[in-house]
Design a protein around this ligand. Structure first.
Ligand SMILES: Cc1ncc(COP(=O)(O)O)c(C=O)c1O
Length: 346
């Protein structure tokens, strides 16, 4: 049996602010359109293996081309596919610490070795050092999320380009699960210049469709031709593809949701600026990452209110998804109570 780091799936009871999902319900018009479309699906037949309708819709939204795209069962599956394609026993996957824990899981399934580079307390990192260290570690693949989960920090396009060009002989994958929430240029703009670049995206976050399990890989047509040839047939089911294509045709709804999250994020970060018992990193995502040496007390207060946040074990850090206005008010209330209490031991 291989030694695989187990991924803890999210708790699903209470006010769920632990998995960076959308709290707001999806629009009725979208749900109606999906339910009508279900009636037209030929579920007795295998789905379209070329994922035509979905890829065309995503190409339009991202300004890419169908031959640069591939859809999977969540970007998770795509990440696993990339890791399985480029790595095997003992090969080094080079990433950040902290970053998305599924990278460790997939590297474990292929018996690859994971080497990590510590990001700074404010989420930034020394790119030059990162590159130098990666060379020393003999990296066979570079993979990181941008914006970063959990810190919420977003690297600039110049920083990303520096990384991609410095590791020109190995694949560099940028996981853009949260890019729509950031005020930053997507790495997709570098694709026509760097053949070693792979970008992953998802509909789980900005489109609020975590339950549908639809994610994308974007790379050069040449890379995609090879990757498509070895891809498991009929990976994505007809229902998810149809519903995702409909969601993409309502791109304006996602835009409105993103704008709402950005404004709530601003409100929350401003309210948290004066915090003394915890510190928070400016976020480019739909979540806020914090650290407190009294985290145990803080999580107790959240539990009392029935709010589920992401608690990183063996560390003083935690992550709170930005939810509805009401949910965020409740979060701010808990954090205010926490601030007003006497710190432990006083
Ligand atoms: C950084 C990052 N990448 C990828 C994913 C996976 O997203 P999905 O499989 O839902 O597309 C997540 C989910 O939380 C994430 O945080």
């Amino acid at each position: 049996m291989k030694d695989i780091q187990i991924y803890e799936t999210a708790v699903q009871e209470g006010i769920l602010l632990n998995a960076n999902e959308r709290s707001q319900p999806l629009s009725e018009s979208f749900l109606k359109e999906v339910s009508e479309a279900v009636m037209t699906l030929t579920l007795n037949r295998y789905p379209d293996n070329d994922q035509r309708e979905l890829l065309q819709a995503y190409a339009q939204v991202t300004g890419t081309r169908e031959e640069m795209l591939l859809a999977g069962n969540g970007s998770d599956q795509i990440l696993g596919y990339l890791i399985g394609t480029f790595l095997n026993r003992g090969k080094v996957l080079y990433t950040f610490d902290p970053d998305f824990s599924m990278y460790d899981y997939y590297a474990g399934t292929y018996e690859a070795t994971v080497r990590k580079f510590d990001i700074n307390a404010d989420g930034s990192l020394d790119i030059g050092q990162f590159i130098e260290n990666g060379r020393k570690e003999n990296a066979a693949m570079v993979l990181f999320s941008n914006p970063n989960n959990p810190s919420g920090h977003c690297l600039g396009i110049d920083e990303i380009e520096h990384i991609v060009s410095s590791f020109a002989d190995i694949p560099v994958c940028v996981d853009e699960a949260y890019i729509e929430f950031a005020d930053a240029e997507s790495t997709v703009s570098l694709l026509d210049r760097y053949d070693n670049l792979y970008v992953t995206r998802t509909l789980s976050k900005a489109y609020g469709l975590a339950g549908l399990r639809v994610g994308f890989l974007i790379s050069s047509p040449g890379n995609m031709e090879k990757l498509k040839a070895a891809y498991v047939p009929y990976t994505l089911n007809a229902f998810s593809m149809k519903a995702a294509a409909i969601a993409l045709s309502h791109h304006d709804e996602a835009e409105a949701y993103i704008a709402g999250i950005r404004s709530e994020r601003k409100r929350m970060l401003e309210a948290l600026q004066e915090s003394r018992r915890a510190c928070y990193i400016p976020s480019a995502t739909n979540f806020i990452y914090g650290m407190s040496s009294d985290k145990a007390r803080l999580t107790e207060l959240f539990e009392k209110e029935g709010i589920v946040i992401r608690d990183y074990r063996n560390s003083d850090s935690f992550r709170i998804t930005i939810g509805t206005g009401e949910e965020n008010d409740l979060v701010l209330k808990v954090l205010k109570t926490f601030e007003e209490e006497k710190p432990c031991g006083q």
